[in-house]
Design a protein around this ligand. Structure first.
Ligand SMILES: [Zn+2]
Length: 426
């Protein structure tokens, strides 16, 4: 039986499906990317939680039986897929606001750590917190993500660094997924850093991950991905390979935080293990870009982290994109190095500092971010059959979305075809 049309958005000034070839507006300069799927004067039909049809509004009546459907006039606005944030650390307890003042005052990371700050303060607070607090704070964060048009958020564990708290974090992510319209995709990041109590015996901690944490997380179905921070001061290539291979045996897809603080060779490891993504890449080389381009691994850029750490070594997104890599952009939302849920702002930074073109940046938080989560079939585009996760912007020209930066352009958000967020500018 054909799915019944439940909602039709009409009077769409510019519809971006992120699916297929594109006309563009003809003035993109060197912006080389096609594929925004731009249609002017368009309509979009949803039903059963999915996109059923989109095209020119003039063709709507011939193409579709939409008797009984709710017809929504979007007033000539821009409509695009709900955004996908493919790399966040949105479950944690405590605040590091005072650490920000110290950082601005010139304190080094080591000094902050010695004063009880840094990641270890988040680990202590998260270990001490009840699951209700973790769920409540994560829910508020998802409300903010949704307000910026984000409909899918990946969330990593990694502030437990022990079995009980890693499980507690992933259960909090599962619970917030259940109670919030935004979809949460969970990732195990037990290999975030070596916890203090294992500093002199790192192999025992790696054994704890591979022999206890990973099997239990897989058995309880609490994560889809296994992530490792493969960098100076974190985990070596050999340790990362061991953990990610063990994760694979348990059905968890590998991902890597790599090439952030130093050049570690983690791009080659990501490709070797068919990781879904390698994230950060501030120190990636041209050779890395060529290697990534020949693989299924998505390059995820996190300009907010470079910015918020007050650094200047932004990842070279231009070289990655020119080599043919799929380049995604994410907030890396976390309490220490990137404290924002504003994904559209990251697109602006990606253009100015990672040197992506605006149209590449639009794909980087939709189609390619979905690919980084191996979910390109269901989210990140508005092709027929995709989830009806739809963002209506309070704009008549999609190019303004990235250009007018630091503010919220969301007008409405639909999740699985249902209206879940409305915002009216007074
Ligand atoms: Zn991260």
């Amino acid at each position: 039986m054909k799915t019944k049309v439940e909602v039709v958005l009409r009077n769409i000034g510019q519809l971006l499906t992120m699916d297929s070839g594109d006309d563009g507006l003809g003035d993109e300069g060197k912006d080389p990317i096609a594929g925004l799927g731009l249609t002017l004067d368009a309509a979009l039909a949803m039903g059963g939680g999915k996109v059923l049809w989109s095209g020119k509004e003039s063709e709507l009546e011939n193409q579709l039986d939409f008797k009984g459907a709710e017809i929504v006039d979007v007033g000539g606005r821009v409509v695009m897929p709900g955004l996908v944030d493919c790399h966040t650390h949105s479950v944690f307890a405590g605040s590091r606001a005072q650490e920000f003042s110290r950082r601005v005052g010139g304190a080094s990371y080591e000094e902050i750590l010695a004063a009880g700050g840094g990641i270890h303060s988040t680990v202590n607070a998260t270990r001490a917190a009840g699951i209700e607090i973790l769920v409540a704070t994560a829910k508020t964060r998802l409300d903010r993500f949704l307000s910026f048009g984000v409909t899918t958020v990946e969330i990593k564990s990694g502030y437990g660094l022990e079995l009980g708290t890693e499980l507690k974090m992933l259960k909090a992510a599962q619970e917030v997924d259940r109670i919030h319209p935004v979809d949460v995709i969970p990732t195990l990041l037990a290999a975030h850093v070596i916890p203090k109590e294992y500093k002199k015996d790192r192999n025992s901690y790696i054994g704890l991950i591979t022999k206890e944490i990973l099997p239990r997380v897989a058995q309880d179905g609490l994560a889809r991905f296994c992530d490792v921070f493969c960098d100076q001061g974190a985990f070596t290539i050999e340790e990362s390979r061991l953990i990610l291979q063990e994760g694979k045996k348990h059905g968890l897809v590998p991902r890597i935080h790599g090439e952030q603080l130093s050049r570690s060779g983690s791009v080659a490891l990501a490709v070797e293990l068919d990781a879904s993504s390698i994230d950060h890449l501030e120190n990636a080389s041209e050779q890395d870009a060529r290697l990534l381009a020949s693989s299924n691994t998505v390059a995820v850029l996190l300009p907010g982290a470079t910015y918020f750490l007050g650094k200047k070594d932004f990842a070279d997104g231009r070289t990655l994109a020119d080599a043919g890599c799929k380049v995604a952009v994410s907030t890396d939302f976390n309490p220490g190095s990137s404290h924002t849920e504003n994904l559209p702002l990251m697109m602006n930074m990606a253009c100015l500092y990672n040197h992506l073109y605006p149209r590449e940046a639009l794909l980087s938080t939709t189609k390619w971010a979905a690919d980084a989560l191996r979910m390109g079939d269901s989210i990140g585009t508005l092709r027929p059959g995709a989830k009806a996760d739809v963002l209506v912007l309070d704009l008549r020209d999609y190019r303004t979305f990235i250009y007018h930066f630091g503010v919220n352009h969301t007008h409405k958000v639909y999740k699985n075809g249902a209206l879940v967020y409305t915002r009216q500018i007074a």
